[in-house]
Design a binder for this molecule. Sequence first.
Ligand code: ADP
Ligand code: MG
Length: 389
Amino acid sequence: MKKKLVNQVKQYFESAFATAPQHVFLSPGRINVIGEHVDYNDGFVLPAAINKYICFGISASGSSKCTLIAKDLDETYTFDLNDELKPTDVMWVNYILGVIHQLKDRSKNLKGVNIAFSSTIPMGSGLSSSAALECGIAYAFNHMFGLGLSKEDIALIGQKSEHTFVGVNCGIMDQFASVFGKKRSVIKLDCNTLEYEYHKADFKEYSLLLLNSNVKHTHLTSGYNVRRQEVEKGLAILKEAYPGVKTFRDCNEEQVKAQREKLGETIYNRCLFVVQEIQRVLDAVDALEASDFAKLGALMFATHDGLSKEYEVSCEEIDFLVDAVRNNEDVLGSRMMGGGFGGCSINLVRKGTEDALIAKVSREYKDKFGISLEPYKIKIAKGTTLYKD
Ligand code: ADP
Ligand code: MG
C-alpha cells in the first residue's frame, strides 16, 4: 500500500514537472488509544502513528518559485518564496504556508521547491491528515536545506501553523504522534512538558479497528475553539478555589464536584470530563502494561461516554457506531477518536472477528443513516521520514 502510494506520487510528479522528484517523504496519520481533548488540558495522551500516509515528491525548483500540487484535490498553487506569506482562501495551502512562513524566519537557506503530494489518510476524519501535511513539509525542508530542526521543533512548527494560518487552536498531540511515531509502540506523551515514553503496543489476541463514519467534522473548528474557552474559564474558577491548583492535572474529581455551582452546569461537565480523562490515560497505560485488555476496553467506553455526554463533542452517527459494538463480546472497547463531530471510532476487537463485525455494523449503519461505513484495519508505524527505495 505504501509502495503503491509512493509510485503514484512519483508518477504525478514526473507528469507535472517532467523529471523524477529528488526526494520522497512519508508523513503518517495517527490514532489515539485514549486521552481525548486533554492535549490542551494539561493531560497525557496515548497516540501512535499508523500505516496511512501523505506522500510528498519534492525537488528544488531552481528559483524562488514554489509550486504545490495537491493531487487528491486536483489543485495547484504557486507562490514566490520572497513574497510575504499570508493565509489564503485556499485552506489546504494554509497548512503548508504556515510552516514555510516560520521556516523563513528561522533560516535564510530556503529555496523554491516543486511539490506533488497525495495521501491515504482520509481528510477530516480524525486521523490527522492536517498534522501529517504540516509535519511532512517541515521535515522535508529541514532535510533539504539543513535547517537543524529537532523532531520536537518540527511538531511545534506544525502546531503553530495550524494556530496561525488555519485558525484551529489545536494541541500538540497530532503533530507529535506524526513525527515521533515508532513501529509497534504507543507514545505516552505529557502534553505540558513534551516528555514522552514509548510503551509496547502488543494487544495480543486483539487488534485495533477504525470505523470511519464518513461524517466530516465540519463543526470541529468552532466546537473546538468554544471548548477551549470553556475549559479556560473552568480552570480559572478552580484555581481561585484551590490555590494549589495550577493545571487540571493538580485537580481531582472531588474538587471539581465541590465547585459545581460556581462552575455552572456546562463548564462543570467539561471540567469533570477533563480530570476524569487525565486519570483514565494513566489507568490505561497500567492496563496495557499488564495486558489487561478488558480494563483498557472499559476505559475506552468510559472515555466515549464522557466525550458524548460531558464534553459534548460526539455526534449521532459516532454514538451509533459505539453503541452498535457495546454489548458484543468480541469488542472490548470502542470510542470516538479525534476532535469529534464526526470522524472515526476506534475499536479493540478480537482478532479474526473483524470482518464479521464490519459486515454487521456496516449494514446497520447504512440502514440507519444511509451512509457507507469505511473500515480500516490499521498497523502502528514509524513517524515522518525520508523514503528510500
Ligand atoms: P484531520 O486532520 O482530522 O484529517 P483537519 O480538518 O484537521 O482533519 O484537516 C484536514 C484538512 O487538511 C483538509 O481539509 C485539507 O485542507 C488538508 N489536507 C489533508 N490531507 C490533504 C491532502 N491529501 N491534500 C490536500 N489537502 C489535505
Ligand atoms: Mg487535523
